[in-house]
Structure formats: structure tokens, C-alpha cells
Design a protein around this ligand. Structure first.
Ligand SMILES: NC(=O)c1ccc[n+]([C@@H]2O[C@H](COP(=O)([O-])OP(=O)(O)OC[C@H]3O[C@@H](n4cnc5c(N)ncnc54)[C@H](O)[C@@H]3O)[C@@H](O)[C@H]2O)c1
Length: 269
């Protein structure tokens, strides 16, 4: 018997479980999909980019995992319903749902600069996308013996970000949704948690910097934020978030529900 047999963590696996990860064609979602596939789950990559979803699934299959990619805009309930049915028909159901698809709202301060269309677009994707998926996956999650919902929120859902009002509000609402559903699904032993990444250089940040993420900063907004706001003074990585999600998906985390977990180098302390 090796020393690793002493550790439950080293033996935690997701073999035979079906995981859906939204927004997994790139960035944080793609790292989460890799982590869950690495733990043995069958993974559906659901992303608004069909090509991105298929490429990501292909790379997981090439690495020996079982994965499919599907075009799905999370803000459209009909597309979400079809994608959930696809997962259930392809495999045995849905055990793990990771709502990661998200967009940054156009920077705008004061909040009145954020147009009604921008509010609607941000909330439709960041909040309603998760609402649609939680509804579409409800029955399979209830049928699962180890149902998990993991919502990717943000530190801006915990600490308000006035330079990006719609985004900040959408992420706070996602935290609230996680707590509401955690209570709703508790007796069915389905856990629901919110994971809040801090500062991670992904394509989302490139887009934000192009749009001028804050009127009161100059130069590299990302580096300034990390230096000023992260006590550990280091940006986090997509793998840091994926490791946390991977743990929450396993049986080891069966009593962790309704929690808001920061992966942020201390930014919310
Ligand atoms: N990068 C950060 O610093 C950071 C920090 C905190 C939270 N987050 C959150 O993490 C999640 C992932 O962010 P990221 O930085 O990897 O972003 P990203 O822009 O790199 O990737 C986002 C992915 O979501 C997909 N997507 C966007 N809208 C969609 C829709 N309507 N339907 C389906 N898919 C859609 C995109 O195609 C893309 O593949 C987001 O919810 C984001 O708010 C990111």
C-alpha cells in the first residue's frame, strides 16, 4: 500500500460522472473542463462559439478523455434546454454543472453611463444564463447521487466595482442565486457553491483593457489592479480556479454548500 492511500484527496475521482461546463471554449472555463476531464468525468463543453467548443472537446479527447463540444448561448433558454437534453441523451444524465460563461460589461462610471441595453445584456448572460441552466439541469441533478452546481462569480460580486456596475451586480446576484438554490436543493444532497476568482489574465481582460476598464487609471490596468488590490501581489491562474472547482465537484466536498469561495490571493480580505 503506497503513502497516497492515506490521502482521500489523492483518490478523489469523478469516473462515471457527467459534467457540463458553460463558457469552456477558452479562459477559466477551459481549465475547469480540463480539470474535470482529468478527474475522469465525461465533459460537455457548452459555449456560444461552436468552433471553440468543438476544438476544446477535441483537445480533451486527444488527451484520452470523453468530451463533446456544443454551441449554446446561455442567454437563450431554448438552446440551454437542448444542450441539457443532449448531455442526458449522450451520457447518463448530469452530475456536475459549472456555470462559467460570462461577459464583462462596458466600463462606465457613474452607473448611469451604463445603458439599459448593457445592463440587460450583462444580466442576461451572467445571471440568467445560470438560471436557465440550473432549471434545465434540475431533474438530472436531482436524480444524481452527487449533484453539484458551481457558479463562477467574481470578487466584484463580494466587493462592489463601481467602474463596472452591471458586471458587479450580475456577479453579486449569482452569489445570491447560489445560496437560494443551495437551500432549495439541500434535502436532495445537491450542493451549490459560488467560486469567486480574483485577477486572471484571460481574453476577457484583453477586451476590457481595449475598452478602457477604468477612467481613473492609466497604462496596464490589470497589473495596476494586482499590485494595488491583491495582498499576495500575484495574479491568479486559470488552474488555481479549476483546482477549487475540481475539489468541490468530488465526494470530498459533499457537505460544502451555499458557500462563497474566493480564489483571489486575499483580495477580499
Ligand atoms: N478573468 C478574470 O480575471 C475573472 C475574474 C473573476 C471572474 N471571472 C469570471 O470567470 C468566467 C470566465 O471568465 P474568463 O476570464 O475565462 O473569460 P473569457 O472571455 O476568457 O471566456 C469566456 C467564455 O465564455 C463564453 N461565452 C461568453 N458569452 C457566452 C454566452 N452567452 N453563452 C455561452 N458562452 C459564452 C465565451 O465564448 C468564452 O469561451 C466569467 O464568468 C467571468 O466573469 C473572470
Amino acid at each position: 500500500m503506497g503513502a497516497s492511500s492515506l490521502s482521500r484527496l489523492s483518490q478523489a475521482k469523478l469516473q462515471g460522472r457527467v459534467a457540463v461546463v458553460t463558457g469552456a471554449a477558452m479562459g477559466i472555463g477551459s481549465a475547469i473542463a480540463r480539470e474535470l476531464a482529468g478527474l475522469g468525468a465525461q465533459v460537455l463543453i457548452a459555449d456560444r462559439s461552436q468552433q471553440g467548443a468543438e476544438q476544446m472537446a477535441h483537445s480533451l479527447v486527444e488527451a484520452g478523455a470523453e468530451a463533446r463540444g456544443l454551441a449554446c448561448d446561455v442567454s437563450d433558454p431554448a438552446q440551454v434546454e437542448r444542450a441539457a437534453q443532449y448531455a442526458c441523451q449522450t451520457w447518463s444524465g448530469i452530475d456536475v454543472l459549472v456555470n462559467c460563461a460570462g461577459v464583462a460589461s462596458a466600463p462606465g462610471q457613474p452607473y448611469t453611463r451604463c445603458t439599459p441595453d448593457e445592463w440587460r445584456r450583462t444580466l442576461d448572460i451572467n445571471l440568467m444564463g445560470a438560471v436557465h441552466w440550473c432549471a434545465a439541469a434540475r431533474e438530472p441533478l436531482l436524480a444524481s447521487k452527487s449533484g453539484r452546481i458551481i457558479n463562477i462569480s467574481s470578487i466584484t460580486g463580494v466587493i462592489s466595482a463601481p467602474y463596472m456596475p452591471a458586471y458587479s451586480v450580475s456577479k453579486a446576484a449569482l452569489i445570491s442565486l447560489s445560496k437560494v438554490l443551495a437551500r432549495d436543493l439541500a434535502t436532495a444532497l445537491v450542493t451549490v457553491n459560488a467560486v469567486c476568482p480574483g485577477y486572471i489574465r484571460t481574453p476577457m481582460w484583453g477586451e476590457l483593457e481595449q475598452r478602457g476598464a477604468s477612467p481613473d487609471t492609466e497604462g496596464d490596468v490589470f497589473d495596476q489592479r494586482v499590485r494595488l488590490l491583491v495582498p499576495m501581489q500575484k495574479p491568479q491562474t486559470v488552474e488555481d480556479v479549476a483546482a477549487c472547482v475540481g475539489f468541490l465537484a468530488t465526494d470530498l466536498a459533499c457537505h460544502i454548500t451555499g458557500q462563497v469561495i474566493g480564489v483571489d490571493g486575499g483580495a477580499t480580505i
